[in-house]
Design a protein around this ligand. Structure first.
Ligand code: PMP
Length: 402
C-alpha cells in the first residue's frame, strides 16, 4: 500500500543530538538542543520539582482518572496568573481563558488551529519573525494558516531590526496575525526594550493585528518571572485581545512531561467561554485529555508560597549560570583577540546566542572540533560549562581566522 511513500527529512535539532550522542570524541560538545545543562553538563532536575515529586507520591487522594478536556483547573488558573500577573485587570474582569495543552508546542497548535477555523478574516496570514523557532512555520502551515515573515535580526548590528519589523507590520494587511516571542527570542536572544514594545503595540493596535505570543522561556531571560512577562502584560494593559502559548519545559525542566497552557485574553467573559468551548471541542478530537503529571508538579509549586520562592531561586541558578558562561566566553574571545565584535554574546539574553558564525564555519566546528550547533550559528549557551568553554572559544577563534 505504501510503496510510494517518501521518507521525510529528520528533525535538524534532534538529528544533531543523535549524531553527537554517537560521537566518541571526549571533548565533543552539544550546543544544539535547547535544554538546560548543569556545570557538569548533565540534565537538571530542579530541587523544587523533586520536592513536588515527593508531595505527589505521598498524596493518597491522587488517582489516574482522566483530567477534564481543558485540563487541570488549578494548573490553568495559575498559568494564566503567572503570565498576566495576579493583579491583571483582564483576570479580574473574568475574560481570561486557559487551556492545558501538550506543552508549548501543543499550546501553539491549539491556538493556531483555533485561528485557522475561527479568525474572522478568512485567509489572514500569520507573520513569524526572521529567523524564528524552527517549528513555527511547519506548525502554522500544518493547520492551514498562510505564513509570512517579518524582519527581526539585523546582521550588521547583531541586534533587533526594529525598523524592518515595524515596516512589515505597517505594510501587512489590516488584521493580520503576528506571532511574537514574549521573551528570550529563539534563536537570536534579542528582545525589544519596553520602549520598542510600545512602538510595536502602537502599530499592532493601529492596524488591528492580532497578537499570538509564544512564551517558552518565562524566567529564563532575566531570571525574574514578572520582568519576563512584561510584553504580554503591557499588551493586555493596553486592552489588546491576545493568545499566549506557555511552556513549562525550560523553566521547570519538565521537557518530557509536556506541561503547557494556552492563555486566551478575550474581550468579554462570554466570548472567552465560547473560545474555550471551541478549543475544548478541537482538543477532544486530537488528544482527548491532557496528561496529568507535569501539570500537577507545576500547580503544586505555583499554589504554595514557599515552593514558589524556591522555584524562583532555582530559576536564577539556571539563568545566572548561563549569564556567567556568556561572560566567560566573551572574555576568552576578547583575550584571544578573535577577529570581529563579540559583545552580542553578553548582550543577548536567555538560553541561546546567535553567534554570527556562518554555515561553513559551523561545518568546520562539527567536523574538526566535534562541536554541534545549528547551521545558522545558534548555540545553546546552557551547553557550555567551565570545563568546555575554553575549548569552544579556541575552536571559534580558529574557524573565524581561517
Ligand atoms: N516555542 C519556542 C520559541 C521554543 O523554543 C520551544 C522549545 N524549544 C517551544 C515553543 C516549544 O517547547 P515545548 O513544546 O517543549 O514546550
Amino acid at each position: 500500500v505504501f510503496e510510494d511513500v517518501k521518507a521525510a527529512p529528520a528533525d535538524v535539532i534532534f538529528a544533531l543530538t543523535t549524531i553527537c550522542d554517537a560521537d566518541t570524541f571526549d571533548k565533543k560538545i552539544n550546543l544544539g538542543v535547547g535544554a538546560y545543562r548543569t556545570e557538569e553538563g548533565k540534565p537538571y532536575v530542579l530541587p523544587v520539582v523533586k520536592k513536588a515529586d515527593h508531595i505527589l507520591v505521598d498524596d493518597k487522594n491522587l488517582d489516574h482518572e482522566y483530567l477534564p478536556i481543558l485540563g487541570q483547573k488549578a494548573f490553568r488558573k495559575e498559568s494564566a496568573k503567572l503570565i498576566l500577573g495576579a493583579s491583571s485587570k483582564a483576570l479580574a474582569e473574568d475574560r481570561v481563558g486557559a487551556i492545558q495543552c501538550i506543552s508549548g508546542t501543543g499550546a501553539l497548535y491549539a491556538g493556531a488551529h483555533f485561528l485557522s477555523k475561527h479568525y474572522p478574516i478568512k485567509g489572514a496570514a500569520c507573520y513569524i519573525s526572521t529567523p524564528t523557532y524552527a517549528n513555527h512555520r511547519p506548525l502554522l502551515e500544518g493547520v492551514g494558516l498562510p505564513v509570512l515573515e517579518y524582519p527581526y535580526w539585523n546582521p550588521a548590528t547583531k541586534g533587533l531590526d526594529l525598523e524592518g519589523m515595524l515596516n512589515a507590520m505597517q505594510s501587512a494587511a489590516n488584521g493580520s496575525i503576528f506571532l511574537l516571542h514574549a521573551c528570550a527570542h529563539n534563536p537570536t536572544g534579542v528582545d525589544p526594550t519596553p520602549d520598542q514594545w510600545r512602538q510595536i503595540a502602537d502599530v499592532m493596535e493601529a492596524k488591528s493585528h492580532f497578537t499570538f505570543f509564544d512564551c517558552a522561556y518565562q524566567g529564563f531571560a532575566s531570571g525574574n518571572l514578572d520582568k519576563d512577562a512584561y510584553a504580554v502584560r503591557y499588551f493586555v494593559e493596553r486592552g489588546l485581545e491576545l493568545f499566549v502559548a506557555q511552556s513549562y519545559s525550560k523553566n521547570f525542566g519538565l521537557y518530557s512531561e509536556r506541561a503547557g497552557n494556552l492563555t486566551v485574553v478575550a474581550k468579554t467573559p462570554e466570548i472567552k467561554d465560547r473560545i474555550e468551548s471551541q478549543i475544548a471541542k478541537a482538543q477532544r478530537a486530537v488528544i482527548s485529555n491532557p496528561p496529568a503529571y507535569g501539570s500537577r508538579i507545576v500547580s503544586t509549586v505555583l499554589t504554595d508560597k514557599k515552593l514558589y520562592s524556591e522555584w524562583e531561586q532555582n530559576l536564577s541558578t539556571m539563568a545566572n549560570r548561563i549569564i556567567h558562561m556568556r561572560k566567560v566566553l566573551f572574555d576568552e574571545l576578547t583575550r584571544l583577540e578573535t577577529p570581529g565584535k563579540w559583545s552580542h554574546i553578553v548582550d543577548q539574553i536567555g538560553m541561546f546566542s546567535f553567534t554570527g558564525l556562518t554555515t561553513p564555519q559551523v561545518k568546520v566546528l562539527k567536523e574538526k572540533y566535534h562541536i554541534y550547533l545549528l547551521d545558522n550559528g545558534r548555540i545553546s549557551v546552557a551547553g557550555l560549562n567551565s570545563k568546555n568553554v575554553m575549548y569552544f572559544a579556541q575552536a571559534v577563534d580558529d574557524v573565524v581566522r581561517n
